[in-house]
Design a protein around this ligand. Sequence first.
Ligand SMILES: Cc1cc2nc3c(=O)[nH]c(=O)nc-3n(C[C@H](O)[C@H](O)[C@H](O)COP(=O)(O)O)c2cc1C
Length: 213
Amino acid sequence: MNNTDFITILKTRYACKAMNGKTVPQEKIDSVLEAIRLSPTSSGLQPFEIISITNQEIKEKIRPVAWNQAQITDCSHLLVFAAWDTYTADRINYMFDLTNEVRGVANEGWENYRQKLLAALPQMDAEVNFQHASKQAYIALMSAMTQAQAEGLDSTPMEGFQASAVDEILGLREKGLRSCVLLTVGYKDAESDWLVKLEKVRKPMDKLVTTLA
Ligand SMILES: Cc1cc2nc3c(=O)[nH]c(=O)nc-3n(C[C@H](O)[C@H](O)[C@H](O)COP(=O)(O)O)c2cc1C
């Protein structure tokens, strides 16, 4: 992939406002999920899970607690990004142990870093930890949106939902998870999507970047 390709993906993806209910082939969803899995996270902890929903009944339950947004029921796959409710020693150790296993070596600097995190994170306020974990999930959200576009799919990121209600429907709190953002993945209904023909609006570079040379 060259740089132009990525910019083209960013220019052409948009927040789909109406979907047509068609099913996305599993291999395309798998590639979106792989983009999520490969996304970087702070300390490599990957502090979130994805609930991939195709079950129509569950989508119907979620729609009313998601501002009644039609893409929830008209998408192919509804991805719920569910962040860890806090950082625990078990969760931190899992990722450090996995790293040692994959790399086949334990490294002193790495083990010291593990101890530093174990001493700091589990003791922190759970809400602060959840907010931090959520930020990591948002990085993966961006990967998912761009990979969906690369696969010729449409998607809608959504914060417009009642997280506690979605948690309840999916039984997330019992698993130590809390929903933080949704992504509907599917195909646009070009006739009823009011956004599809409108020009993308972004502020100019000089309102975004300050250069200190
Ligand atoms: C984190 C996040 C949450 C969003 N929540 C919603 C939402 O609930 N419903 C919706 O229709 N669009 C939602 N959007 C879409 C934005 O409004 C849209 O991305 C923005 O206006 C820029 O337009 P574009 O994505 O089409 O380029 C959300 C976008 C992001 C990144």
